[in-house]
Design a protein around this ligand. Structure first.
Ligand code: C2O
Ligand code: CU
Length: 748
């Protein structure tokens, strides 16, 4: 039986050895203030842990199973009043508050409730609870009097659509921001559904934080691509459109990243291009081929190339600090590519992708299957990259110089792009069938695509065919995901290429179907058949036992935003998304605007957290062997400070989604990127076929920058190797270290 194993000791344990004495000291200090630490009396005899020792429980030894794991972590959300999320107590707590909150968590669990969020203040005895409310009501009332339109309506929530409202002292309430969320504050902005009482409470919190922090925050320094070039550098050339290039096995292809200018929507933006093209060249190769790429970095910052979805030798994976050094400006590097699987793959930098990929460094690879009948017959094939850019005054909004901005929700663009251009258009003949290979290269935006009523059949995913083809009305594609659809343009008419987000569909371009000169294409009858993939069906039958098996890893997706303030009401009720099943609870647009923009990946901490050990992001360390199958359960926590969807990408291996919220996946296919919506639990099976050190991360580019990643090790197969699979790749030494490549250091 294949198995998962983990390495020890864990880095988390080491971190904890250093932190634990500090936490103990903090706890003792609280006790020294005359607050008597007591034992867990109210929880009854089965209370497993005496409260004063909670803080000393090392995270690395927690089992993640329940009340045994209650810890007090005073370092988390340190500026907030005492509260807990799940089994972690955080904020400014006295020993008595820790005790009360722990008791409440135990009570909830004993009564079969989820622990959720417990706020110490709410548990206080009457009289203690309604303590100080230092904000002056006059400030808000004065604002109201000045504008009768905004007069308060008792405790009712502010009406949606109202403009920002000045609460005095530089604090603003923007009811349009995050209107579907409960009341909260980021920086000096209050947002969400707030009652007047909550506005007063949060304003007081903002002022209090300001007083303790002393100085006001300095705005982030922003940059544009090419900023680091010498001032006398010649103007960069205008980027051309993507060109297809067929690569032969054994050849060495030159791929040069250089500064460029990008004409979009009437503006000319500073940008980067691969071989002068945005997107970069469309590389056409055959399954099983091997090609060397000589990457020449001629942009003004360090870069690498990651070959997204390829199961290639680890040394060519393009992850700085893990599989190679960052390639400094003027450095070169050789990548050896292998194409194990048919379908659509893509390439992009793996360093400050929020800037470099957004600014044009992205390209696609189309791998032609060895089996000529792998895909159904069609009349044409198109490759479409779906992307967006955030433009303002004829430029892209600046990128954080030292860290990514837009760290909370990612950078949603206001200009949608297909193949790097704002208007997509194609001609076909009515009756024709087109196979469309789609990839989402946006920083964060999910696309929901349809062809204006043209029948559409989903035939492929990230790594080749789906197990069972099916007709779909629309297709949701998260960043980095690919889909292969066949579209029948039966009528002679224009078909818009539509994206439907939270509101009305918008057209990304159009396909004009001209009257047919001949009868319907022979591909049309193939379109009417739904094929079942034999090899995947067999693989899935073999893997069926994993469905029932307990997960090897359980990972929570969550966030810590220390700058975020919650009202008591919000803290008590969690921070759920507006539950809209039709949208799959996906965030389609940035509804936080200024706040998201100002948020920095230095201070927003997106996390992948091991549910059993509590280890987070780079603290995670797993070791597997070639031949292992690892069942991973991803929980996207709906009670985090900002629940949103995360496309989780595994490098170098393939995976199958087994189920979502316990429901078997409808059209499974081999994938490398899985969209997990808020509150959702996804079971997936990771198949380990290639040895090396591989990344796992959220593909929202600002979330990578804020740390939402870890890596795992795959050792070569044990002495007794499993029977070879057709497309297993054996291990290989690092590619030759080309001469100009300097050691990793980018200053980011
Ligand atoms: Cu396309 Cu590590 O990513
Ligand atoms: Cu994410």
């Amino acid at each position: 039986m294949p198995s998962a194993s983990r390495s020890a000791p864990r880095p988390a344990a080491l971190v904890w050895l250093v932190l634990a004495p500090l936490l103990l000291a903090a706890c003792q200090e609280a006790a020294g203030l005359g607050l008597s630490p007591t034992t867990g009396s109210a929880a009854g005899e089965d209370a497993p842990t005496a409260v004063p020792s909670l803080a000393a429980v090392p995270r690395a030894s927690r089992s993640g199973q329940g009340v045994d794991d209650i810890v007090y972590d005073p370092g988390q959300m340190a500026e907030l009043p005492c509260h807990s999320m799940d089994f972690t107590i955080m904020g400014r707590c006295t020993a008595a508050e820790v005790e009360r909150v722990a008791t409440e968590i135990r009570r909830r669990v004993a009564e079969g409730e989820l622990p959720g969020i417990v706020e110490a203040g709410k548990l206080a005895e009457d009289g203690e609870a309604a303590a100080a409310d230092p904000v002056s009501i006059e400030t808000i009332a004065a604002g109201d009097a000045a504008d009768p339109e905004r007069s308060t309506t008792g405790d009712g929530a502010a009406e949606a659509g109202a403009g920002p409202r000045d609460l005095g002292d530089g604090v603003v309430f923007d009811p349009a921001a995050m209107a579907s969320f409960p009341c909260h504050a980021m920086g000096d902005t209050l947002m969400g559904r707030c009652t007047e009482a909550e506005l007063r409470e949060l304003k007081a919190q903002v002022l209090e934080r300001r007083a303790t922090a002393g100085a006001t925050a300095t705005p982030m320094a922003l940059v544009q691509p090419g900023d680091l070039l010498p001032p006398d550098a010649a103007p960069a050339p205008i980027a051309g459109p993507q060109q297809a290039v067929a690569l032969r096995s054994g050849e060495t292809y030159r791929l040069r990243a250089s500064p460029a200018r990008w004409r979009v929507a009437g503006a000319t933006l500073p940008a980067y291009a691969y071989n002068g093209q945005i997107p970069g060249p469309l590389l056409k190769v055959r399954q099983g081929d091997e090609v060397d790429v000589r990457f020449e970095n001629r942009i003004d910052r360090s870069s690498t190339v990651h070959w997204h979805g390829l199961r290639l030798a680890n040394g060519s994976d393009g992850v700085p600090g893990l599989t190679q050094p960052a390639i400094q400006p003027d450095g070169d590097w050789i990548y050896r590519l292998r194409f194990a699987d048919p379908g659509l793959y893509w390439y992009h930098p793996h360093l400050r992708d929020d800037l470099q990929q957004d600014a044009g460094l992205q390209g696609v690879i189309l791998v032609e299957p060895q089996d000529p009948a792998y895909w159904s017959p069609v009349d044409e094939e198109w490759v479409l990259t779906l992307d967006d850019l955030l433009l303002e005054g004829g430029r892209a909004v600046g990128y954080g110089r030292d860290a990514a901005n837009f760290a909370i929700m990612g950078r949603f663009g206001n200009q949608l792009l297909v193949n790097g251009r704002e208007r997509f258009s194609r001609l076909v003949e009515s009756g024709q069938v087109v196979r469309v290979f789609l990839v989402n290269t946006a920083n964060v935006r999910p696309f929901r695509i349809s062809f204006d009523g043209a029948p559409m059949k989903l035939v492929g995913g990230d790594l080749g065919r789906v197990r069972v083809e099916r007709y779909v009305d629309e297709l949701i594609l998260a960043p980095a995901e690919r889909a292969v659809v066949e579209v029948a343009f039966d009528e002679a008419r224009p078909y818009r290429l539509l994206h439907r987000g939270a509101s009305e569909p918008v057209a990304l371009g159009q396909v004009l179907a001209l009257p047919a000169r001949r009868g319907p294409s022979p591909a049309r009858s193939a379109f009417d058949r739904l094929r079942v993939d034999g090899p995947i069906s067999r693989e899935m039958a073999e893997l069926a036992p994993f469905r029932e098996r307990a997960p090897d890893l359980e990972l929570d997706l969550t966030v810590s935003i220390p700058d975020l303030l919650l009202s008591r009401e919000t803290a008590a009720n969690g921070d759920p998304h507006a539950d809209d099943p039709a949208h799959g609870r996906i965030e389609w647009e940035d509804d936080m605007l200024a706040v998201n923009r100002a948020s920095s990946s230095d201070t927003v901490h997106w996390m992948i957290r091991d549910r059993r050990t509590g280890a987070v992001n780079h603290e995670l360390a797993y070791t597997f062997r070639v031949g292992d199958h690892v069942k991973v359960r991803l929980h996207n926590l709906s009670d985090s400070q900002h629940p949103m969807q995360h496309p989780i990408h595994f490098h170098g291996q393939r995976l199958l989604v087994l189920s979502r919220d316990g429901q078997p996946e409808r059209a499974p296919s081999w994938k490398d990127t899985v969209l997990v919506t808020p509150g959702e639990t996804v079971d997936l099976l990771l198949e380990l076929t290639v040895p090396g050190a591989w990344m796992v991360h959220c593909h929202i580019l600002e979330h990578i920058e804020s740390g939402m990643m870890f890596s795992f090790q795959v050792l070569p197969a044990a002495e007794d190797p499993p029977p070879p699979l057709p497309d297993v790749i054996d291990s290989e030494a690092l590619p030759p270290h080309a001469d100009g490549a300097a050691p990793a250091s980018d200053g980011h």
